[in-house]
Design a protein around this ligand. Structure first.
Ligand code: ZN
Length: 502
């Protein structure tokens, strides 16, 4: 074994120790969101903070720093994938080192408490209840931004957590391009007389049947239950609680089947990414420091480009009809149009494909202004509603359906939302590339051969995606860096067909 190989192995051993704490913290958090009694929140926050901080200390230990230093200049002797992994670890290490462990611990505790308070505040639709916790979280976030350092915009200091390689300026450019095209597109579609009939999707759908449907759709896309499971939570999510234990959750609404079904496919898409990691990177447990946009591209691709496509339903519709008799007399074509209704609505996670990015723009603009200190937490409900009106022409009926709807801020995820928008764009870019590379992809999907797409994604994205910056990965796989064009082409073509726009 060469010297470089020896050091690489030593580095992985250290990273693995940190990952064990991270996975344990992740299990605590999964339990908090699925099983824990409400009364457990106070104590859990403390336990979580200790485990999380311990993992952080291991990752930022001098031992890791020394190995990285010794490895510097020797990386070229390693295989390309190992080099990429070392670079990723090094980048996160340098960044984490700027945060004192005590501060990290205090923030972890504030976030865990913030989550429980948010659950309560959303239930009661009471923003005032959440306000002090959110103020504290933003104070921490601003402090972190100062420690990470930035040139012009504190938001730039946060982005490497979620989108290494992208700047606030890049996002602004993408946002203004999208807004220019999207606002008129939404208007033109919603003004069409020939609208899909989305009332077809309403009925009575008992939870046990929806559960069956969710399990079946996860199997269909290739989710491996041997290393995963499905549960229910207020806010659907995916989490890894071990290198081979990737869990998903969903949320059932009894009078509508679409929200749970598409949330399940969405989370399933995230899980496929995590289940497909190369053994080399499985013990690199990270909740930050990699492209969440690429992660999101996998969930959005399965949810929308596959899950809301006609070919997929040609294959899956009879299975749905077998579980939910409500659809026995509804034609496939009508069902397909109904699940693709474009209609401005208050809740992001249930938004249609076309209006979805407008929800993200609003959050991006609010977060950026908050970080710069241009607005304060108490302004949020009013500002939220004003922007909803400006972009989508609607005002949520209460804060639970407005500013309190998302879990992210309670968990300190500032700078995360743009990854959702980027995820849509990356998904379209990657899916267009898949269509170019895989012969008859749509015919294969219509036959239920979804594995052909999964195999391609495994090789091109899942195995080592975690160690790449999104612009590099996209150039490698699609020939181009991040661009909104393929996504705009995709929605324009799909929805002008569905809405019969000439
Ligand atoms: Zn997602």
């Amino acid at each position: 074994m060469s010297e470089a190989e020896k050091l690489f192995k030593k580095l992985l051993d250290q990273v693995k120790i940190a990952a064990k704490f991270e996975y344990a913290a992740s299990l605590l958090s999964w339990d908090q969101q699925t099983k824990m009694p409400t009364g457990g929140a106070e104590g859990r926050a403390e336990i979580y903070a200790v485990v999380k901080t311990e993992g952080f200390k291991r990752f930022t230990s001098d031992a890791v720093g020394e190995i990285l230093e010794e490895l510097a200049g020797m990386e070229e002797k390693l295989e390309i994938e190992k080099q990429a992994l070392v670079q990723r670890i090094s980048a996160i290490y340098q960044r984490s080192k700027t945060i004192p462990p005590d501060l990290f611990g205090a923030f972890s505790e504030a976030k865990s408490k913030g989550y429980s308070i948010w659950v309560e505040a959303r239930k009661k639709s009471d923003f005032k209840l959440f306000k002090p916790a959110l103020e504290k979280i933003i104070e921490f976030t601003r402090q972190f931004a100062e420690l990470y350092g930035y040139e012009k915009n504190p938001y730039d200091a946060l982005l490497p957590d979620y989108e290494p390689g992208l700047t606030t300026e890049d996002l602004r450019r993408i946002v203004s391009h999208l807004r220019r095209e999207l606002v008129p597109l939404v208007r033109s579609l919603t003004e069409q007389p020939n609208k899909p009939d989305e009332t077809l999707l309403q009925g009575h759908f008992p939870e046990d049947l929806q559960q069956q449907l969710s399990l079946q759709v996860l199997k269909a896309i290739g989710y491996d239950f041997n290393i995963g499971r499905l549960d229910t939570t207020a806010h659907p999510f995916t989490t890894s609680v071990g290198p081979d234990d990737v869990r998903v959750t969903t949320n059932f609404v009894v009078d509508k089947m679409a929200p749970a079904l598409f949330a399940t496919i969405h989370e399933g898409g995230h899980a496929l990414y995590d289940q497909g990691k190369d053994p080399l990177v499985k013990w690199l447990y990270l909740d930050v420091g990699y492209s969440h946009g690429v992660h999101e591209s996998q969930s959005r691709m399965w949810e929308n480009m596959v899950g809301r496509s006609f070919p997929f339903w040609k294959f899956f519709y009879s299975r749905l009809q077998n579980i939910l008799s409500h659809f026995k007399n509804i034609a496939l074509e009508d069902f397909y149009r109904a699940i693709n209704t474009v209609k401005p609505s208050p809740i992001r996670i249930y938004a249609d494909e076309v209006t979805y990015n407008l929800h993200i723009m609003l959050r991006f603009e609010i977060e950026e202004a908050l970080l710069r200190g241009e607005i304060e937490v108490e302004d949020l409900p009013e500002l939220w509603n004003a922007k909803m009106h400006e972009y989508l022409g609607i005002v949520p009926e209460n804060d639970a359906k407005g500013v309190l709807q998302d879990v992210h801020w309670s968990e300190g995820y500032f700078g995360y939302f743009p990854s959702y928008m980027l995820g849509n764009l990356y998904a379209a870019q990657l899916f267009a590339a898949a269509k170019r590379k895989i012969a008859n992809l749509e015919e294969e999907i219509a036959k239920g051969n979804l594995n052909i797409l999964l195999k391609w994604l495994r090789a091109k994205v899942h195995r080592f995606g975690l160690t790449r910056e999104a612009p590099d990965l996209l150039r490698e796989v699609t020939g181009k860096g991040p661009t909104p064009e393929p996504w705009l082409d995709y929605v324009k073509e799909k929805f002008s067909n569905i809405y019969c726009v000439s």
